[in-house]
Every structure is written in C-alpha cells, then in structure tokens.
Design a protein around this ligand. Structure first.
Ligand SMILES: Cc1cc2nc3c(=O)[nH]c(=O)nc-3n(C[C@H](O)[C@H](O)[C@H](O)COP(=O)(O)OP(=O)(O)OC[C@H]3O[C@@H](n4cnc5c(N)ncnc54)[C@H](O)[C@@H]3O)c2cc1C
Length: 386
C-alpha cells in the first residue's frame, strides 16, 4: 500500500520541525517529516551558535526577529519544552564613523518596526559591561537587552515533539531520492522507504535545499558556506554573564558558553562548498582577532579538536526564501536563511504553514521573500550578517 500524507516536509532540522509544529497547531496533522539522518540536528541546527537578535537592518528581518524572540520568551509554556532562552543581549561595538552611521540607520528601522529597546551605549558603558574589552578605539555602540541565545537542539526537539503529539510523523534514516511531479503538480516523494503520495512538499533541507529543489525540476539559489566556531577551555577572566559582543572592526564576536567562551568570526576568504571539516589553521586566525579586542583572551586555552564547522545556507541577498515554487504547484521553499535560521525559526514555520493552508501570511508580506524576487531584480540587501 502506498503511504500518503497531506504534507511531506523534507528535513527535520529546526526549520522543518517548526513548519511541522505550525501546521499541526493549525489542525493539519497528516504531516510526514522525512529525515535522512538517524537523529535530528545533524545538519546546521546542531552546529549553530544559538544567537537571537532583533538588531537587523531590513524591516522584514527585524519583523521576523521580533515575532520569534517574543515566541522564544514564551516557548517553554506554549510548546511544552525548554528553549533555554537567555536574554543576555547583543552589544555592537563601532570603531568608525561609518559603523555609527550604519547603526543609526538600523536603529531607525528597528524603531519603525516596533523594536523600542535598542539602547545607545558610550565607550564607558561598553567598558562597564565587559571591563576586559579594549575600548580605546571604540566610538560607541548599540545594545538590545532582549537579544540573546537559545538552545537550538532543544527548540528543534520541542517543535517536533509537540507536532508528533498532535499526529505528525517523523521518519528518520530515510533519504528523499526524488520528487514526482505530474502536470506541474506535486504528486509524491520517492524515499529510501518507498513512495509517499502527497500534493504538498516543503523543502526544509537547509544547505542541501538546491539539490532537493532540483529533484522537482525547480531552481533555488541556495549555496553552502562553511562557518567555524572555536570554544575555549574554562575561562574565568571574563564575567560569568555578558552579551554577545560584536567587534565591528573585524566582525569577531564572542559569548559565554558554560565555563568557557565561544569565539566566532566570518572568514572572508571562505568559499562556497560542502566543507564540514574544521580547518585547524583557523584557530590562529581567530585568536589573533580575539586577543586584539580582548587582550586576556590571549591566555585562553583552545583545543582544536573541540572546535567545529557547519554550513550556512546562503542566498544572493542574504535573506530567506519562503513561499511557493513558481512552476511546480504544491512545492514550498523554507530555505536560505543565510545564518539566521535558528533565530527566525518560529516566524518562518508560521509563515510557511499560513502560506500552505491559507495562501497568504498574516505575519508579514510574504511576497517579498518569494524566490521570484531574484528573477524580478527585487533583491533585499541585509548587511548585518554575522
Ligand atoms: C557555525 C554556525 C553558527 C550558526 N549560528 C547561528 C546563530 O547564532 N543564530 C542563528 O539563527 N543561526 C545560526 N546558524 C544558522 C542556523 O544553524 C541555520 O540557519 C539553521 O539551523 C537552518 O535550519 P534548517 O532546519 O533549515 O537546516 P538543517 O538543520 O541543516 O536541517 C536540514 C535537514 O535536512 C536533511 N536533509 C537534507 N537533504 C535531505 C534529503 N534528500 N532527504 C532527507 N533529509 C534531507 C538534513 O539531513 C538536515 O537534517 C549557524 C550556522 C552555523 C553552521
């Protein structure tokens, strides 16, 4: 007998799990999530830094963050599982007039989108937040106290657990090998467990989304880009609690992770590709930037074997692609988060579920995130990428 589902979601990371949750919440429970790995979280979700922030530069990203951060603050109660949301804030530190102008323009857009708690901070105030920071070249910055961190794995598990309690199914260890399209309409999904008949497929395949779209004959401009994170050994020379700190002069940023510090930096020399091995030469590159901004970090111990790499899923304008595929009826994209898929997972799951069930989203004008924007030259440029 052929399996059937009202909706098949390809990929069980934080995005696929959120779509399953939002569909099930809306009463659409005949949902099947197909995941090729034996466990959830083996893609980018399990590699993420868990940062959530409303400090973006475009209205649509600010709106999605605002909704998502509010959702995270209520997640445990609403979803019945911990998100481990910690409102420790994000602190952007400017070292040039152009950084200040950029923060000023962003601030205006944040206020216009209803984010009213982003504060201007002086170099002295920055110094008071993290006394070990070198501030002699810092001109000022912005701090948003409701930005912070979540536990991406726990959020993903919570969304999926709740969806499954309402009837959604999850097939692990099951690879999607093909997508059947008849007369430009989705007809089914071919998996390593056999054919599933369905009229709706959601592509939530993260960095692998372009190859999944291709299975249905659709084009999707999503490219994998390696990101590497370096945790230090236990380190008590920085405060026990402090925000995510972003040094705008280099893009180096860091936060506390348990007893140690998690160091991040976007290497501009990185090139697209499915590279998931950690490059040990990265340790010296990041420690140079770390010690330049936080001199005591030169004394931090680092074991390269505890460092890791994962994939960002980049689009040409660094914004997500959410919505129906133009030429294949029943195929939906929820892809290309360009490094923001964890923080935007509540909003993207809701938007996708609304598009599938009612054809429009009540949360945002979803048309601006459609894949057609690339062909139409209506790109959205987000410059606040970490
Ligand atoms: C180092 C690093 C740090 C990051 N930091 C942050 C951060 O601070 N904040 C933030 O918001 N975001 C961050 N991100 C980005 C974030 O992790 C991603 O945007 C997010 O996890 C994407 O979720 P996803 O569910 O779309 O993809 P994934 O978690 O990759 O899930 C996709 C799933 O699809 C499955 N799949 C693919 N192809 C198939 C197939 N053919 N058949 C069956 N299953 C398939 C995969 O196995 C995978 O499990 C970071 C990413 C990295 C790598």
């Amino acid at each position: 007998m052929v399996e059937t589902a009202d909706v098949v979601i390809i990929g069980s990371g934080i995005v696929g799990s959120s779509v399953a949750y939002h569909l099930a919440q809306a009463g659409c429970t005949n949902v099947l999530v197909v995941e090729r790995e034996a466990h959830q979280g083996k893609g980018s979700t399990g590699k993420s830094m868990g940062g959530v922030r409303a400090q973006f530069s475009t209205p649509v990203n600010i709106q999605m963050s605002r909704y998502s951060i509010d959702f995270f603050s209520r997640f445990d109660e609403v979803v019945g599982h911990p998100a481990d949301y910690r409102a420790h804030g994000y602190l952007f530190c400017a070292t040039s007039e152009s950084h200040l102008a950029y923060l000023r323009a962003n601030h205006e857009r944040q206020v216009a989108a209803g984010v009213n708690n982003v504060e201007w901070v002086s170099p002295e105030e920055i110094q008071a937040i993290v006394p070990q920071l070198r501030t002699d070249d810092i001109l000022g910055g912005t701090f948003c106290p409701t930005d912070g961190f979540v536990d991406p794995h726990s959020v993903m598990m919570g969304f999926m657990k709740n969806a499954r309690e309402r009837g959604a199914r999850l097939w692990l260890d099951t690879q999607v090998r093909g997508i059947a399209v008849e007369n430009d309409q989705i007809a089914g999904v071919d998996t390593s467990r056999g054919r599933v008949a369905t009229r709706v497929v959601v592509n939530a395949a993260g960095a692998w989304a372009a190859e999944v779209a291709q299975m249905a004959g659709a084009e999707l401009p999503v490219e994998p880009l390696r990101r590497q994170l370096v945790p230090t050994e236990p380190f008590d020379q920085l405060p026990k609690r402090f925000p995510m700190v972003i040094d705008m002069s280099t893009g180096f940023h860091f936060r506390r992770e348990g007893k140690g510090i998690l160091l991040a930096w976007n290497d501009p020399a990185e090139t697209p590709g499915f590279k998931t091995e950690f490059d040990s030469t990265f340790v010296e590159k990041i420690l140079t930037r770390a010690a330049a901004r936080v001199p005591v970090l030169a004394e931090a111990g680092v074991n390269p074997r505890r460092a890791w790499a994962g994939l960002y899923e980049m689009t040409p304008d660094h914004h997500a692609i959410i919505g129906p595929a133009p030429n294949v009826k029943g195929l939906y994209f929820v892809n290309g988060f360009s490094g923001h898929g964890v923080m935007h997972s509540p909003a993207s799951g809701r938007i996708a579920a609304e598009l599938i069930l009612q054809g429009h989203s009540d949360l945002i004008d979803a048309g601006q995130l459609s894949v057609e924007r690339f062909a139409q030259g209506k790109l959205l440029e987000e410059t606040a990428i970490l």
